[in-house]
Design a protein around this ligand. Structure first.
Ligand code: FES
Length: 263
């Protein structure tokens, strides 16, 4: 679903910064001026400014992991992979970060009961938690299938279990079934109505191929390189049936029928 660009640029205060494992942190933030958060949708993202940094200038695009209306809080799952994300992961309680948000489109929330599978890998699991929450609001209980290298890389297990049935694969077999998500037995034993996926591109491509072969509708959330996040720099283009489009404004969520992956 595409939204009119309605972005804000405001400071947020860090409520908490939880270390989830050796590489991933969960930041919970709230507007510094106490303004009420706007309606946000799963799949949308923020552009976060790396403060106090002479060597890191660009904002970092981060998926909205969860929006807690009651606490007026946004959750961001951050993977420490470079200087910028390292600085974001070192933020302390009550420190300030500047965000441009909410950006991008969203996954399509189903209106009807059915069997829905949400497949995530790595930090790409982030928007699927928010999607599961939105599905629960529609009395839908999805299946989550999370792929990781090892048991310690499966993030927010309890949060996912709150909104659906959680299945896992790990490459070393330390949790769930050994192998990749597309090898998991639930793909053989269940007929899904729709699949949503976010994670490394090879994983999403394998999921898209599986869905196309089975005739199952599928949306993917792309993690193309982004700089501005709102259509100005043209660095995030993706080939689609509509031509080359900006992932940041036309996506990040696309139906696989729109992409050129399966040609
Ligand atoms: Fe600049 Fe998409 S990130 S146009």
């Amino acid at each position: 679903m595409l939204f009119k660009l309605n972005m804000k640029v405001i400071d947020f205060k860090v409520r908490s910064n939880e270390t989830l494992n050796s590489r991933n942190h969960l930041l919970k933030i709230t507007p510094s001026n106490n303004e009420i958060l706007p309606e946000m949708h799963p799949g949308q993202f923020v552009q976060i400014l790396v403060g106090n940094s002479s060597d890191v200038f660009l904002r970092r695009p981060i998926s909205i992991n969860f929006a807690d209306k009651q606490k007026n809080e946004i959750w961001l799952l951050i993977q420490r992979i470079g200087e910028g994300t390292k600085k974001i992961c070192s933020l302390k309680e009550n420190e300030t970060v500047n965000l441009i948000y909410p950006l991008g489109n969203s996954f399509t929330i189903p209106e009807n009961k059915g069997k829905y599978l949400l497949i995530g890998g790595g930090v790409g699991t982030a928007p699927l938690l928010f999607l599961g929450k939105k599905m629960q609001e529609k009395q839908i209980t999805p299946d989550f299938l999370i792929g990781a290298r090892s048991d310690s890389d499966i993030l927010q297990r309890r949060d996912f279990e709150r909104y659906g049935n959680l299945y896992c694969t790990t490459e070393d077999g330390s949790s769930g079934e050994k192998g990749f998500v597309t090898n998991h037995s639930i793909l053989q034993s269940n007929n899904y109505d729709f699949i949503y996926t976010c994670g490394p591109k090879p994983m999403m491509a394998a999921v898209a191929k599986y869905a196309a072969e089975k005739g199952i509708g599928c949306e993917v959330s792309l993690e193309n390189l982004m700089a501005c996040g709102f259509g100005a720099c043209l660095c995030c283009t993706e080939k689609t049936t509509r031509g080359n489009v900006n992932t940041c404004t036309e996506g990040p969520v696309f139906n696989i029928n729109e992409l050129k992956w399966l040609d």
